[in-house]
Design a protein around this ligand. Structure first.
Ligand code: BES
Ligand code: MN
Length: 464
């Protein structure tokens, strides 16, 4: 690993990353479809520039996937690298200190939407790859790159591709760099990700909106009906009232719980600085880690209905809608929970209301066995650069395609160079540049060490 690479190339790298982050590749907003394509093209050009002989933009029903193959390196293992080039919508815009798509450095941190989630981390892997190329642009191992543009918005292009062509996942390991350290100085590998079931609940109680004076007192209000229904889906103690929801939940092992107890954790600082609230909610008999990593959740993301314009309008709304989601944990599945939610809403809604559940998207939870030797190689790279091996933790968040990355039997290494205060999905998302620079060295070392030790013996057979 050329350890002078970062020092030498820093200003070029910062310029390149700023260019990538300037593209507003917001996958959820149709108006940004062209920007998503531009981000895919940016990656295509970058990968071609790095000397990949195969670089493709693969079309599907949504934003495209970018696929690339390094020059073949016979006798060396194959690593599949995943990332996403799409980002979350940047709103609320007026809370950004500098605009979300004008990357700005303040105090060693690069502020932009996607800085940490996930364009900055994708960039880190590309530059680690670049740093390990020899004079003929040959990497130390075989690398397949797969980058999607719909991770944040529930598209299916990458899943359709991997189901149709599972041989693309045939690798000795898959690397997903879309997560964060446990704390500054504490790198992490993740043993599980939560799944997701995202839905819209719509309630109609009247054929049309009514005058709230003339009919107030007798006409059923759709917004009130929806709010009562939502309130019954989770009780005040935090227990979700979807029948049988908790039945499939597999509790973490004693060893895993013991590992979590050993993590440094300052509950008061967590409450004040990260959660920014006065209290923690949820099931009191469980630890914070169990609540955010090992239990399902039910959240209301937004409610639409009635009048929210300037001034006052006295109306009884006929219809109302809420966006909600459940996070799922090992043992649960998106398909089952979706049905359970539909049944719960049907049974909680009053007879005289038309209540509909529309499942928007989701993904299954994953659990990763971190005993594969690839994890030891990653630990060694982290230890060399940061002085610490990676702690084993779980993620509260979700990456829907991860179960499919393992279709070819590769162990999936879930890790990242972010920090807990990066502000993913929030205004003023950032990436600490020190994390980026050290990340390039960490993954460069990982590529080189995995090339030597990474199961060349267990190299996958060539496709039939
Ligand atoms: N990078 C996150 C996932 C993540 C967040 C992992 C925190 C570990 C810790 C990812 O880009 C993300 O936000 N995913 C969405 C997926 C959803 C829209 C299907 C999520 O978790 O909300
Ligand atoms: Mn992400």
């Amino acid at each position: 690993m050329d350890t002078s690479f970062v020092a030498r190339e820093q200003s070029r790298l910062l310029g390149e990353l700023s260019g990538f982050l300037s593209i507003p590749s917001v996958s959820a907003l149709p108006a940004h479809a062209g920007d998503c394509r531009r981000a895919a093209e940016w990656l295509r050009d970058e990968l071609a520039g790095l000397g990949c002989p195969v670089v493709q933009i693969i079309e599907g029903n949504g934003h495209p996937v970018v696929w690339a193959e390094s020059p073949p390196v016979p006798g060396r293992p194959t690593l599949l690298i995943y990332g996403h080039y799409d980002v979350q919508p940047p709103d609320p815009l007026d809370e950004w200190i500098s605009p979300p798509f004008e990357p700005t450095v303040r105090e060693g941190r690069l502020y932009a939407r996607g800085a940490a989630d996930d364009k900055g981390q994708v960039f880190c892997l590309l530059k680690a790859y670049e740093a390990t190329l020899d004079a003929t642009r040959r990497p130390p191992l075989n690398v397949r790159f797969i980058f999607e543009g719909e991770e944040e918005s529930g598209g299916h292009v990458i899943e359709d591709l991997l189901h149709a062509e599972p041989e693309r996942t045939r690798a000795d390991a898959a690397l997903v760099c879309d997560m964060s350290y446990y704390a500054p100085g504490w790198p992490a590998v993740y043993t599980a990700l939560r799944g997701l079931c995202y839905a819209e609940i719509t309630v109609r109680t009247l054929q049309r909106d009514l005058h709230s004076g003339t009919y107030g007192g007798v006409a059923p209000n759709a917004l009130e009906t929806l709010v009562r229904l939502l309130a019954r889906l989770k009780d005040a103690d935090g227990e979700i009232q979807v029948p049988k929801l908790y039945k499939a939940v597999e509790p973490p092992s004693k060893a895993e719980l013991k590992g979590w107890k050993q993590l440094p954790f300052d509950k008061a600082a967590y409450l004040r600085d990260e959660v920014t609230a006065q209290v923690l909610t949820g099931l009191r008999e469980y630890s914070v880690f169990e609540r955010v990593w090992a239990l399902p959740t039910f959240e209301i993301h937004g409610i639409k209905g009635g009048f929210v314009g300037e001034g006052a309008k006295t109306v009884i709304p006929a219809q109302a809608m809420a966006k909600v989601s459940l996070r799922l944990v090992p043992g649960q599945s998106y398909a089952k929970v979706g049905k359970q939610l539909e049944r719960a809403v049907a049974s909680l809604a009053p007879r005289w209301a038309d209540a509909q559940v529309r499942l928007l998207h989701g993904g299954d939870p994953v659990q990763v066995d971190v005993d594969h030797p690839a994890f030891a190689v990653l630990d060694e790279a982290f230890a060399t650069v940061t002085g610490r091996t990676a702690v084993r933790i779980r993620a509260g968040g979700s990456i829907p395609v991860v179960p499919d990355l393992g279709l070819g039997g590769a162990p999936v290494l879930l890790t990242g160079i972010g920090l807990p205060d990066d502000g993913l999905h929030s205004p003023n998302e950032k990436l600490d540049l020190a994390q980026l620079w050290s990340g390039i060295e960490i993954f460069g070392r990982f590529f080189e060490q995995f090339a030597e030790q990474g199961g060349a013996a267990s190299s996958p057979p060539p496709p039939a």
